[in-house]
Design a protein around this ligand. Structure first.
Ligand SMILES: [Zn+2]
Length: 387
């Protein structure tokens, strides 16, 4: 039912999750005498994967997989193995992530010295959002690395948030190579499953006038516009969520709804280990927008040619260069490693580009970008395109 070619969104297309094996089988690999030669481990600290910065070529960073025997801060091999979280299989290896215990979470110096502890230069723990920004969407290799990192982070964050049983309040422990957790109260034995929070995201389109709605949330960086989106409520279908959110946020009734693609999103709010963005085109039955100011700062109809022009404002490319430099600096142990948010020099740079009044949309690592660009670059008729 999709109109164009399939979009493989960032964080999807994981090259090792496809080779996943049964947890019991993986447990056997860990217990076997050849474990050391069959297992690779990705250390993560405070949700940040260990990466090796690359100064040459098209791939700015790579995941710094370690040998099983190099993971030594858990005491016995048995204690360590309980903390390993299985993330997939490929090239004859079983891949795991493990949380590196840290004293001061988020402390840049500690992150660097923990990374240096792996005995190789150019290593650093770095936040996934910056790794995402540094990745070139057109490069298959780096997008594969990013999706593995996203899956690993989602699992590690879920483990952090699922430490206690929601039924009886007792602590839980990881089982089946970190694929589940289980309550330690023998009378309860409640099993916990990794959490996913689904979100509908839609480009609302007026077919006759050939225009679409872009909205702004107040938390967005200045001049960024995107699709409207919202969480699915219990007892609601995807289609109902699209209709309700569109009605609530911009006061419009929606008729036809067309699925586009979906995207795992492990870089959302910290309380949610992994959102699943489900993207749609939603065809409006009415035209007068009534913005709910509690939900959105603003929302406006834009003509297709205007959206094409907005898409030419590729702000994400300068963000990409900036993210690459920050990762390289952090990996070399040189200067300001983790810079959160944007600096005043960014806005200065923008105001001199001459495109500042136009606004921009999220970069191609976000499904919103593909919803917007798919519609903008297609002809006015959405159906039976075969490109
Ligand atoms: Zn319990």
């Amino acid at each position: 039912m999709m109109s164009g070619r399939e979009t493989v969104n960032a964080f999807a297309g994981n090259p090792i999750v496809g080779g996943k094996r049964e947890a019991e089988e993986v447990e056997e690999v860990l217990r076997s005498p050849e474990a050391a030669s069959k297992v690779k481990v990705l250390p993560m600290c405070d949700g940040k994967p260990l990466v090796e910065a690359q100064s040459q070529g098209l791939v700015p960073w790579r995941l710094a997989w370690q040998e099983l025997d190099d993971i030594q801060y858990y005491g016995s091999a048995e204690e360590r193995n309980i903390q390993l979280v299985y993330v997939g299989d490929g090239d004859g290896f079983s891949y795991f992530a493990i949380a590196v215990p840290a004293k001061d979470f988020g402390d840049r110096q500690e992150l660097k010295s923990l990374a240096d502890g792996f005995g190789k230069e150019g290593l650093t723990f770095y936040d996934l959002r910056s790794l995402m920004q540094a990745a070139d969407f057109g490069n298959h290799d780096i997008m594969g690395e990013l999706s593995i990192a996203g899956h690993a982070r989602a699992m590690m964050e879920w483990h952090k948030q699922a430490k206690y049983c929601g039924r009886c309040g007792t602590s839980t422990r990881p089982i089946l190579c970190g694929q589940r957790r289980q309550c330690t109260n023998a009378k309860c034995n409640n099993k916990l499953y990794p959490r996913i929070d689904p979100v509908v995201i839609m480009l609302v389109i007026d077919k006759e006038r050939d225009c679409a709605i872009l909205g702004r949330q107040s938390r967005f960086i200045p001049r960024m516009w995107s699709c409207i989106a919202g969480f699915i409520e219990p007892g609601e279908s995807l289609e109902e969520a699209v209709r309700r959110e569109t009605r609530e946020e911009v006061g419009l009734e929606v008729g036809e709804i067309v699925y586009h693609s979906s995207q795992p999103w492990p870089v959302g709010p910290s309380s949610m280990s992994c959102q699943l963005m489900v993207g749609f085109f939603a065809y409006a039955k009415s035209f007068d927008i009534r913005v709910d100011k509690k939900e959105l700062e603003d929302a406006q109809w834009h003509r297709r040619e205007d959206i094409r022009r907005i898409l030419q404002n590729t702000r994400y490319k300068s963000d990409q260069q900036e993210a690459i430099q920050k990762i390289q600096k952090a990996a070399s142990g040189n200067g300001e490693a983790q810079v959160q948010g944007r600096t005043s020099s960014d806005s200065k740079k923008e105001s001199t580009t001459g495109t500042s009044t136009l606004g921009f949309v999220p970069g191609p690592y976000a499904i919103a970008h593909h919803l917007i660009s798919t519609w903008a670059n297609e002809g006015p008729v959405m159906t039976q395109s075969n490109y």
